[in-house]
Design a protein around this ligand. Structure first.
Ligand SMILES: Cc1cc2nc3c(=O)[nH]c(=O)nc-3n(C[C@H](O)[C@H](O)[C@H](O)COP(=O)(O)OP(=O)(O)OC[C@H]3O[C@@H](n4cnc5c(N)ncnc54)[C@H](O)[C@@H]3O)c2cc1C
Length: 441
């Protein structure tokens, strides 16, 4: 980073005071489409199918880039299919995992803010608390595996999928905490912190979006972590039992469903409308009938139609201050997004490009009025705050929502992945699947 860029970054984080947790780290993940493409091009999922459940397997680590739309699911699929045209078996399991992401996005599209509440009754009757115990928040549970996972979460912003499942099962079933609290912690610290894949996966573990709760035992952790923690562990291990014993211990004979206690949705609060002065005074009005393009944090790619079709529009990214104040992100997450904005703006020919901090509706309205823009473009996205913002902008502007390329066509209610996969596998893989459905995510 040049001194100029580093000063600009400092100024941005000054404007973001109150929106982030902890501070800069030396080993942060580089955000942006350029890095996403570099990773995709060097990735070969050769051993993925047979090893993906092991925490040291050859996973792609593409999720932070997919989450922020720096690269799309269809680009990843199409690239791999054209790179390995004669080797469908090499790709099958990896493409099936991409489909899990698409499935969860469809779940979010279907339920919107409702995904923050139990989608189904839990398949057990055990009570849940609304607080994450302090030893977990401090990463000092005295269980080396769980503390190791928490260290990865807080320090590296990444957990392998299997570790996410273990931690989620630990928090919900072994410590009796509501899944929503864990999902919030993940959103704050994971580089790929998401609504769709995150909330739906937590619900899958809790059994409010699955037919039974997911939990693991010590053998499972030891086996899929190669004994990383278990070999030298002296703790009194709560996972050290066979499955029937654990099932009895965790759920007893309970079958009575528990009523959900969903939190209020985090909605932008009108009283927190920003009065920030981050729109430059000397910003020139646009020529008549020129438009404004709103880049949100789910569509940060210069290849997206909504940007490519509007090379002379003004472009604005808005950090959603009211939401970030209600649920601050780790510094590394925001830095990743800031990298993504820098990288995006570098490749856009548009003359006017601004990064704003505040309430998105207020900031975009003020900017559009100042520029004389009457039309606002954005990329379609299922995140409820994007939909909510769009609806409010539509009251004063012509808003054009550009569709994203479809990964798979599926119009039924997305209830279970197996049903969805039965219908879409051929579209995604380009042939009928060779392996059968597996329950494990
Ligand atoms: C409790 C829990 C919470 C999760 N929270 C998130 C989250 O906030 N954001 C997020 O992007 N993913 C989340 N996942 C899904 C999954 O764990 C990550 O997408 C994956 O581990 C990312 O690593 P990767 O890119 O190396 O994956 P790879 O194994 O390389 O897989 C390739 C891509 O397939 C998709 N994918 C793989 N596994 C899954 C899965 N189980 N569900 C959905 N998509 C999948 C991802 O887009 C991933 O980038 C969560 C899973 C669990 C169990």
């Amino acid at each position: 980073m040049t001194t100029d860029q580093s000063n600009q970054r400092d100024a941005l984080f000054n404007r973001l005071q109150g929106c982030f947790l902890s501070g800069p780290k030396s080993n942060t993940l580089l955000g942006g489409r350029t890095e996403a493409l570099r990773r995709l091009q060097s990735y070969d999922p050769a051993s993925y199918g047979s090893t993906r459940n092991h925490i040291n397997s050859n996973v792609s680590r593409l999720s932070p880039y997919l989450r922020h739309g720096m690269i799309s699911l269809t680009e990843v699929r199409d690239h791999l299919r054209s790179k390995f045209p004669n080797d469908p078996a090499r790709l099958e399991e990896f493409l099936r995992q991409l489909a899990w992401r698409d499935f969860f996005e469809k779940v979010l599209t279907w339920h919107g803010y409702g995904l923050d509440e139990d989608l189904e009754e839990p398949k057990h009757g055990v009570a849940r608390s609304t607080r994450i115990p302090l030893d977990i928040l401090k990463g000092e549970t005295s269980l080396p595996c769980i503390d190791g996972m928490l260290d990865d979460l807080f320090e590296n912003g990444y957990l392998h999928n299997h570790a996410r499942l273990w931690f989620a099962a630990y928090l919900c079933h072994f410590r009796g905490v509501r899944w929503q609290e864990g999902a919030r912690l993940f959103r704050q610290y994971l580089y790929d912190g998401d609504i769709a894949s995150n909330s739906a996966s937590w619900q899958w573990v809790e059994s409010t979006f699955a037919n039974k709760p997911y939990f693991m035992n010590k053998d499972n952790i030891a086996n899929f972590s190669n004994g990383k923690w278990c070999n030298s562990c002296r703790a009194n291990c709560p996972f050290d039992a066979d499955y029937p014993t654990l099932q009895q211990r965790l759920f007893g004979g309970s079958i009575a469903p528990l009523m959900s206690q969903a939190p209020a949705n985090v909605m932008p609060n009108e009283n927190t409308l920003s009065t920030k002065n981050d729109i430059p005074d000397n910003i020139a009005p646009l020529p008549p009938s020129t438009d404004l393009v709103w880049v949100h944090d789910g569509a940060m790619s210069c290849a997206d139609n909504y940007l490519a079709l509007n090379p002379s529009a003004a472009v604005a990214f808005v950090f959603n201050e009211p939401e970030l104040k209600a649920e601050p992100w780790a510094f590394h997450r925001l830095a990743f997004v800031a990298d993504g904005i820098d990288d995006l703006f570098k490749y856009l020919p548009n003359a006017t490009k601004v990064t704003l901090v505040g309430d998105p509706v207020e900031r975009l309205t003020t900017l559009a009025n100042k520029l004389g823009a009457t039309t606002i473009h954005l990329s379609e996205h299922p995140n409820p705050w994007v939909i909510n913002t769009t609806e409010q902008l539509q009251l004063n502007f012509r808003v054009i929502i550009h569709p994203r390329p479809k990964f798979a066509e599926y119009t039924l209610e997305p209830k279970r992945f197996s049903r969805y996969w039965d219908k879409v596998a051929k579209q995604v893989l380009g042939h009928r699947p060779k392996s059968s459905n597996k329950r494990h995510q």
